[in-house]
Design a protein around this ligand. Structure first.
Ligand code: FPP
Length: 305
């Protein structure tokens, strides 16, 4: 988190800041099992299992393949998206059961507006239903909902729903589910650059003071850890403008399964694959100490990525 002389929302009134996560002192052992907990794991007494050491804290998912799922069944695309919502529920519940504290889902990109109007309307309808029904049910399990993406193009009722869902669930600690809606990573970076330029122009900071932390502070994900694992379903191997800044050191995994078929087994398989990866953050295992989950812990010699 950046050290900043003033609050983001005061400095940039037009920006809707991400709400801050509740600060809860982390216990060192699980109150239910007595097992040691990693530093950020909070045993929330049945809401979410404690984070297992070595598991990803934050999983980002590009939910791809809804159209192909429907095409294989000779049924309309919209049914693929509808099944996709079921997969969202299954995956969030599986992540909760496993003790993953953060999951971020790419629901609608800033480029998705170019799809046919009826498909866009169908996706917006599913989002409305998700916020009215699924999220309300998931709240009972401690799901905190939040949204990233440009809010300007969204219908007023969708905007109201998402602001209300964020407000209603802000205190929940089971799992933070971030939905990327009308999201584009490059646009997010450009907005952050504009905000920093404004700070410099207003004389509140010098250009030399701009560093990674300060830049990250102006991104919409400033209250989230960077994703440890990014999954894109359906075998496609692209980032498609999803969290390009935040995934600089993320592990990627591209399973062949199409999103509507995604289930707990697939998630656990992805976690297992992640657990067997070696994360070096640009360092070298044989010449410098490094620690899983601590980007920047090693002085980067400029090689070895
Ligand atoms: C990509 O499949 C998927 C999308 C563009 C939308 C993802 C949306 C959902 C899963 C439902 C809504 C989400 C929430 C959180 C309520 P595609 O249509 O590009 O599939 P294809 O590549 O097989 O054609």
């Amino acid at each position: 988190m950046a050290i900043w002389p003033f609050k983001k929302d005061e400095a940039d009134a037009g920006h809707v800041p991400a709400s801050s996560p509740a600060v809860t002192p982390a216990p060192t052992v699980s109150s239910s099992t007595g097992a040691p907990l990693t530093s950020d794991a909070r045993d929330t007494e049945g809401w979410r299992a404690p984070l297992i050491e070595g598991d990803p804290r934050h999983i980002a998912i590009i939910m791809d393949g809804n159209g192909r799922w429907a095409k294989r069944r000779h049924i309309p695309r919209k049914l693929g998206h509808r099944e996709g919502v079921e997969a969202v529920r299954r995956t969030v519940e599986a992540a909760l059961d496993r003790g993953i504290p953060y999951i971020t889902l790419y629901a609608f990109s800033s480029e998705n507006w170019s799809r046919p109007e009826d498909e866009v309307e169908g996706l917006m309808g599913l989002l409305r239903r998700f916020m009215d029904e699924d999220l309300v049910e998931l709240e009972a399990r401690g799901v905190r909902g939040r949204f990233i993406g440009a809010r300007d193009k969204l219908d007023r009722d969708i905007l109201e729903r998402l602001v209300e869902a964020e407000r209603r669930t802000a205190h929940l600690e089971g799992i933070t589910v971030t939905i990327a809606l009308n999201y584009g990573g490059r646009q997010e970076i450009a907005r952050a650059a504009q905000r920093l330029a404004r700070e410099v122009a207003a004389g509140r900071m010098k250009p030399e003071q701009i560093n990674e932390d300060m830049f990250g502070f102006w991104l919409e994900t400033s209250d989230l850890p960077d994703p440890d694992l990014l999954i894109r379903t359906s075998g496609e191997q692209r980032l498609s403008n999803f969290l390009p800044w935040q995934t600089a050191y993320t592990e990627f995994y591209f399973p062949d399964v199409v999103w509507p078929d995604y289930n707990e087994g697939h998630l656990l398989e992805a976690i297992e694959i992640y657990r067997n990866r070696e994360r070096r953050y640009g360092g070298r295992e044989d010449c410098a100490p490094y620690k899983i989950g601590t980007p920047g812990a090693v002085e980067n010699s400029g090689t070895g990525e």
